[in-house]
Design a protein around this ligand. Sequence first.
Ligand code: UD1
Ligand code: UDP
Length: 361
Amino acid sequence: MTLLHVTGARPNFPKAAPVIAALAALGVRQRLVHTGQHYDDRMSEVFFRELDLPRPDINLGVGSGGHAQQTAALLVGLEEEMLATRPELVIVYGDVNSTLAAAIVASKLGIPVAHVEAGLRSFDMSMPEEINRIVTDRLSDVLLCTSADAIAHLAHEGVPAERIHLVGNPMIDTLLANLDRFDADRMRTQLQLPDDYLVATLHRPGNVDDPESAGELVALLHSAASRADIVLPLHPRGRAVLEALGLDDHPRMHVVEPLGYLDFMGLVRGSRAVITDSGGVQEETTVLGIPCLTLRPNTERPVTITHGSNRLATPATLLPLLDDALSGGVDIPRRPPLWDGRAGERIAEVVVDWLGDRERR
Ligand code: UD1
Ligand code: UDP
């Protein structure tokens, strides 16, 4: 049997790595597609150098574009790939456009789909990711969930219970497997940072696309930088707008290129707190016990608040929440259930059982 993994954007890679490794350990034949949605070295290639990930068997090179243009290129490229290779199951990750396109193509070709990170909901349809999550889950045959809230959402949407599996979080498998390689001191020396510093990331369209809201956030980050130095590895999406707004024009603001996974996690591990709008970073800080202030009105990852160090922040609450974090006022987090470094193995078991059952039927 052949499984096809579809990846393409930065957050896909640390999620896919432990799943591919666990399936390989069970002797399953696999093929890895990189759609080319992300293509800069620091957004893509660096993960293949640093993580236990095989080289992609093919890179479709779809690149950037508007949603219609990018999704259309993904649909065409993925249909050619799936027609040529006829996998028995397609495994998709997270909520990016590559995920959505793979689910559409596979289901129209009659190929079953397994969705890793199923059932997360922000209930905010202005986010492209929320549309991608809902459609992908609707088309999936095997729904692999990181947290109990995701199961409740799927049940509420009428997904039969036998399709849903609580498996834990493969992103956290990657984090725990590489913990010894996160070198906070090296990053602090390299970037000439004081002992106490913050890390920030920003890339949500709602935060960085519109110069007005981006301008408000730049002013806010400058106020935060007056309290502690901030390192901000800048995602390419917001670069033009944020740089034009003078993001780097503060002596304690260090804007750098996107970092490789090990450097980024090293930096996060040594930080006093993180300010972000990333999905993955909310989860990683939860497990590392680093206070995380999420600059969004909602999160599809509420378990990082109930069981972790995450707090939602608005422009009005960010600075008081940051003061609280810097004075040590954030509770020591508990780790969400099954975020134990073995999600990849559980996913591999579910997938192999599912394929066996299907063959018998
Ligand atoms: C995508 C995902 C988002 C995820 C993020 C992770 C969708 C709809 N969004 O957002 O959920 O959180 O990835 O990082 O799939 N660009 C480059 N180099 C690259 C990649 C992108 O310069 O290697 C620039 C291009 O100008 C591009 C823009 O970034 O137009 C946005 O890229 P895109 O993949 O469309 O969406 P992201 O904002 O990266
Ligand atoms: N990341 C990285 N370098 C960076 C920023 C992020 O390696 O400069 C990693 C980090 O592990 C994070 C993951 O990339 O969880 C996905 O990041 P991103 O914020 O792009 O995607 P999201 O999780 O918001 O979809």
